[in-house]
Ligand binder design. Structure first.
Ligand SMILES: Nc1ncnc2c1ncn2[C@@H]1O[C@H](COP(=O)(O)OP(=O)(O)O)[C@@H](O)[C@H]1O
Ligand SMILES: [Mg+2]
Length: 260
């Protein structure tokens, strides 16, 4: 399969491009002030890539994830998802694309507290044409897939942090999305629980899932195969994990070199 001319070198390299951003900006207007949260981002992301997006707070990571996830639109530039130009889609069409192709996982889980695990995971299936029996079956399968087969009737307050995040991951996967987007998925979890969640992500990746996650922890990013670093709304580095690790090592050495 031909590689599009502007695709960066990627870990998996030759697979199909699923996400193509071209010169994307996102400008927030707050009173009289304009904030350029994204300032000319061009990226090609491929099927079955495992990507970590890193950068300081305020660098535009969540804004980028919201755009990729079709929760928001670019101020200028274009975004093609699975070859379709989302920039030109009506809101309803965009919502449908989001529901069918994107699975979201957030730092704060975003579960509905009054619903048990099955009912939370079923939510995205309301738009699918399945009857309730089929929805229930798919929700339970998704919960089993993330190792929660024994917790399907528990409500969020009856689950640990790691279990809540697994419910959220089961919900994200229940529609079999092309892309799993995770914004600081381990941000509210302790080290040991985070390791369990990352092990699950690694398994999903090995099964063929495309994963894009935001993190500010290097050891979490180390699970990915490609690391995109942002600053002030721009991509400042985009490297396969091995090269990223080397360049981080070098930049931390030069930091030390400048210390007196
Ligand atoms: N809804 C919004 N309205 C106005 N400014 C926003 C909004 N969301 C984010 N910003 C600003 O855009 C910049 C990027 O934010 P964000 O994408 O949340 O960064 P990150 O996720 O890397 O911490 C920040 O300066 C932030 O204050
Ligand atoms: Mg953020």
């Amino acid at each position: 399969m031909p590689i599009s001319p502007n695709s960066p070198t990627s870990s998996t390299g030759r697979t199909r491009v699923v996400i193509q951003l071209r010169d994307v900006t996102r400008v927030y207007q707050v009173g009289t002030e304009q904030i350029r949260a994204l300032d000319g981002v061009t990226l090609a992301l491929h099927e079955n890539e495992y990507i970590a997006i890193m950068g300081q707070s305020g660098s535009g990571k969540s804004t980028l994830m919201n755009l990729i996830g079709c929760l928001d639109r670019a101020t200028s530039g274009s975004y093609h998802l699975d070859g379709k130009n989302t920039t030109e889609m009506a809101d309803a069409a965009l919502a449908q694309v989001r529901n069918e192709r994107i699975g979201f996982v957030f730092q704060s889980f975003e579960l509905l507290s009054q619903l048990n695990a099955i009912r939370n995971v079923e939510l995205p299936l309301i738009y699918a044409k399945d009857g309730w029996r089929s929805r229930r079956k798919r929700a339970i399968e998704s919960l089993e897939h993330v190792g929660l087969g024994k917790r399907v009737k528990h409500k969020p307050n009856q689950l640990s942090g790691g279990e809540k995040q697994r419910v959220a991951i089961a919900r994200a996967l229940v529609c079999k999305p092309s892309i799993l987007l995770a914004d600081e998925p381990t941000g509210n979890l302790d080290t040991r629980t985070s390791a369990g969640i990352m092990k699950l992500f690694d398994t999903l990746y090995a099964e063929g899932q495309t994963i894009i996650m935001v993190t500010h922890e290097e050891n979490i990013a180390a699970h990915a195969r490609r690391v995109i670093r942002m600053r002030d709304g721009r991509v400042i580095s985009d490297l396969p994990i091995e090269q990223d690790a080397t360049s981080q090592h070098l930049s931390s050495e030069s930091d030390r070199g400048t210390e007196s």
